[in-house]
Structure formats: structure tokens, C-alpha cells
Ligand binder design. Sequence first.
Ligand code: NAD
Length: 329
Amino acid sequence: MTKISFFDTKPYDRTFFDQYVADFGFEIEYFEEKLNAHTAVFAKGSSVVVAFVNDTVDKYCINRLAEYGVGLVALRCAGFNNVDINAAAGKVKVVRVPAYSPYAVAEYTMGLLLTINRKLHKAYNRTREYNFGLNGLTGFDLHGRTIGVVGTGRIGRVFIDICRGFGMKVLAYDMYPVNDAPYEYVSFEHLCENSDIISLHCPLTKQTYHLIDERAIGRMKDGVIILNTSRGALIDSEALLEALKDRKVAGAGLDVYEEEADFFYEDWSDTVIKDDILARLVNLPNVLVSSHQAFLTEEALSNIALTTLNNIKEFADGMPLTNEVTINA
Ligand code: NAD
């Protein structure tokens, strides 16, 4: 029987995987620990590990996994920037869930924009204390505003549809533009200079690391709103914080953060957070930080579980791996 070691487990993961695993005839052992070179030992005796966005699947971890007889790293996410694909080559196969619900992430991104612009987070807190004043809650109509979308893949395109439904003008930037798109592709520089809101939907790669840095922010319109539901390190957080303090950037909706692996998905409410940038971002009134939850819908969790288990079945049956991540992926 195929034995799976499942890392960084949360109750909602178990709910959805347990629903389907019996049909596949696999045995799963759940671990709350994140996967890294130290915890890889838990995978001894398993042929498959299931990993998530903040697991550290570097060359040390991969060597350990290979040593313990693991043949497959099944990512239960789309992004694979946390896996050293070069190190994995010839040692372990890597698969992922390329798409599970672009709607989940795109809809959440619009939620962040509406919250930051219309200050829903403040309204919620105010009325809970019977403060029904409106001072300071003024936003702007999204209709007629220009949104710059970086990355027009599955999520970016759904987000663009939503924005167009709001009557927004869309400027897009992608290395591989979509043919006959009903919106305009422009250079990254043009997008920065002309957008009222900028939303990131490209993967984290060597080219996109700190795509939004001091220089890019310098090009942007005063009062721009920045949204990131993709990967934290697309933004130089220090540069963003400075720009927020200077009011160059009027607001930010961040579902991801470059140092999130140290904090996200855990309760730190009794601790003094040592990351000053994160602590400051969380405290700013015009910033909403959420804990990498844009994917968290029933549909997405169900699709993640089914696709991951199908990926593992292909491996167990010695079939070609539909969702394999290779060096050129
Ligand atoms: P996708 O592969 O369908 O689309 C990514 C797009 O980015 C592609 O069109 C690609 O050409 C483009 N791109 C690649 N490099 C680029 C560059 N240097 N500059 C501009 N564009 C570039 O991916 P997707 O399913 O739309 O997901 C996008 C990202 O969203 C993922 O990489 C992942 O990091 C993130 N994500 C986050 C969550 C969450 O819960 N917050 C959930 C799923 C995915």
C-alpha cells in the first residue's frame, strides 16, 4: 500500500483529504511539522510526501527524502518556488496542483481591494463599539479606475474579468501575453506609471523577486493601492513600508509576505513578533495583511485533495505524471 507522509497539516487539510483517501487505497500519516531537512526523518517508510507552500524542500531536505526512500514530493499547491527543482532532478519526482480554483484567489483579491478602498475593516471595528461615525471612511469609485495586473495566467485572467465587471480599465503585463485579449498589454514600466491599483498574479522566480522595489514604486502614481495574493517576495517589503509611511502608496492588501514561513498559519497572539516590518505592516490602518488564505474555499480544498491524490496514484501506478514539475516548468 502506498504510504504518504503529510506535512504542515491543518484540520481543514485532513477534512478534505480524509474524504477521498479511502477511495484511493492509500495510507496517510499526518504531521503538523513543516517539511525541511530536519523533519524529513518523519517520512521514513513512506514513498510519498505531501508538502505545502511554506515547507523548505531545499537540496538538504531532498537528499534526506531520497535517502529514506521517498520517491515523490506531491505539492498540494500551485507555486513551487520552495522546492529546489534542480536538486530534485534524478532523486525525487515533484508534482503540484497547477489549478484548483482561480476563482478562490481572484475573488479574494477583489475582497482585499474593496476592504482597503472602502475601509470595511475599520467599519467593522467601529460599529462593534457603537461608533457609527463615517469620518475617515471615504473611498473612491472603482468604476473608471485603472488597474494594472501583473501576470495574466489562470488567476490573473479571472481577476481581470471581475475588474472589468466593476467597469475598471485594465492594463496588463505578462511575458507571454494572451492573444486577442479584451484588455491592453503594456510594459511593466507603463503599467506602474499609469495604474491606480496594481495587483500581482505572476509566480515568484529569479526574474520576479522584488519586482516591486523602491524603483518600481518610484514610478507609480501617488496614492496607488498595491495588492499581492501571489508570493510575498515579489515585493521588497521594506520599500513598501517606506512608501506607505510617505503616503506614496495609499494602501496595500497583502495575503502573502516574504518572511511568512516564520509566522503564517500559526497563532502568535501571545508573542512579541520580532519581525518589525511585518509588525508595522499589520498595524498600519491602510494595510490588510492576511495569512495566505486566498485559496481557502471549499471548492479549492476539494480540488486540491483530489488532484494531489490523483497525482500520487499516477506515481504509484508508474504512469506518466500529468502535473510533474521539471527544471523547465
Ligand atoms: P499561472 O501559471 O496560470 O499564471 C502565471 C502567469 O504569470 C503566466 O501567464 C506567466 O506567463 C506570468 N509570468 C511568469 N513570469 C512572469 C514575469 N516575469 N513577469 C510577468 N508575468 C510573468 O498561475 P496562476 O494559477 O494564475 O497563479 C499565479 C500565482 O498565484 C502562483 O504562482 C502562486 O504564486 C499564486 N497563488 C497564490 C495563492 C494564495 O492562496 N494566495 C493560491 C494560488 C496561487
